[in-house]
Each structure stands twice: as C-alpha cells, then as structure tokens.
Design a protein. Structure first.
Length: 226
C-alpha cells in the first residue's frame, strides 16, 4: 500500500452513562455479538496490518473472554485507556511502531463499512489526513445569548470516525498538552497546524450513544446495510 503499513486504533473507553446501562456500550450485544466485535471485524476484513484496542484496565478480563470466543485467531494489541479520549488515543499510539497510516475509530461505531475504511486509508496516503464526514440534513440555529441565529447548514459537517492520518503526523500532534477543545483527532491535528482533509462518510456509520442508536444499529447490522 502506498504510505506504508495500515494501523488501526480502536478506542473503547465508553462507560455507557448516557444510556443508563450497567454494561458499557461497546460490550452490549447486538444479535448475540458484542458491539466492539462488529467494529473490530470490519477493520480486520479491510486488511489492517496492526490493530490496537484501547480499553479501561478493569475490562481486560471481559475482553479476554470476548476475544477467545469471537476472535481467537487474530493478534490484537491491548492498551490501557486514559482519563479521557485524548489520553486514550495517545496511549493507543504508543502501541503503534513503524511508519505508515493509522486509523482512529470509536468502538461504538459498529456499522462502519469496509469501503469507508479503505477510502480513509487511501485518502490519508495522499493527503496525510482523511476524516469521515457527512453533510447536515436539518436546518441549524446557533445559540446567541437568550436567542438563536439561523446558520447556513452547507457550511457545516457532522464529523465521524474513522479519522485516519500519517502516523508520524498524528504522533507529533498528540505530543501537545490536553485541551478541552480536543473533541476528536481532527481537532488535535488542526491545533498542531495541519490541514484536515475530509472524505465522504456514511449516514449509516452511527455512533451508539442512546437506546435509539442501538435500535438503529441493530437494524443496519441485521439487514447487512452497514
């Protein structure tokens, strides 16, 4: 592949607090299979050379059982997560050695397609960055004091993962001190002075955050629409 090896860092640090569920969303089962297994399988099918899973240490034993059942024949590097997403990704990058392209992806996006994964690697090999994004469908308004202001939705995008970068560029960007405005990898790279290249994502590439998202993911996966 142009650009070197393909790496993937799957971030699975969610606690499921917004879903009011005792089981973190990455471990919730859809059609009998844990969410993060769907996610990992997509990247394995896309042919990544090295896959790193970032997980809170208290879930290491749970993951061991899942891997033995669902992914026994694959080599997956396990890395302990941090206090927030920024530090979890930073830790995950420590598990990546050598040159190439690295995709960062949320474990709670199990409907990611192999096509999108491959597109992100191909674009990043050219532009050094490739961030999945979709256009807004609804009208938007910006809060301004006690009122709101209409905004042109064509100027905005909804950002997804995978967010894929030249590995050296991303590691350099993650040497910055943590900042509250770092909500994703693109914001970290942008803050370090590098342009972010957007690629077409998918409306089906949903992030499971609520019970409604879980129902939608179940539909997509059951119908092979991911």
């Amino acid at each position: 592949m142009k650009g070197g090896y393909r790496f993937a860092v799957i971030v699975a640090g969610g606690q499921g607090t917004r879903m009011q569920n005792d089981v973190p969303k990455q471990f919730i089962e859809i059609l009998g299979k844990p969410v993060l297994v769907y996610t990992i399988e997509s990247f394995l099918k896309a042919g990544v050379d090295v896959l790193v899973l970032v997980l809170a240490k208290k879930y290491f034993e749970r993951w061991k059982s899942i891997k033995e059942k669902w992914l026994p024949n694959y080599s997956i590097r396990l890395v302990e997560g941090g206090d927030n997403r920024f530090h979890s990704v930073r830790n995950g990058l420590k598990g990546v050695d050598g040159g190439g392209i690295v995709a960062i992806h949320d474990a709670a996006r199990p409907c990611v397609s192999i096509r999108l994964i491959n597109s992100s690697f191909e674009a990043a090999s050219v532009y050094k960055s490739a961030v999945a994004a979709v256009a807004l469908k609804d009208s938007i308004r910006e809060k301004s004091g006690i009122t709101t202001i209409s905004r042109d939705r064509s100027n905005y995008y909804l950002i997804q993962t995978p967010q894929t970068f030249d590995i050296n560029l991303l590691k350099k960007a993650y040497r910055q001190p943590h900042c509250l405005r770092f909500t994703d990898d693109a914001s970290v790279v942008d803050s370090d002075g590098h342009a972010v290249h957007l690629i077409e994502g998918s409306y089906g590439n949903i992030k499971i955050t609520t019970d409604e998202d879980l129902d939608l993911a179940r539909f997509f996966l059951s119908e092979n629409l991911a």
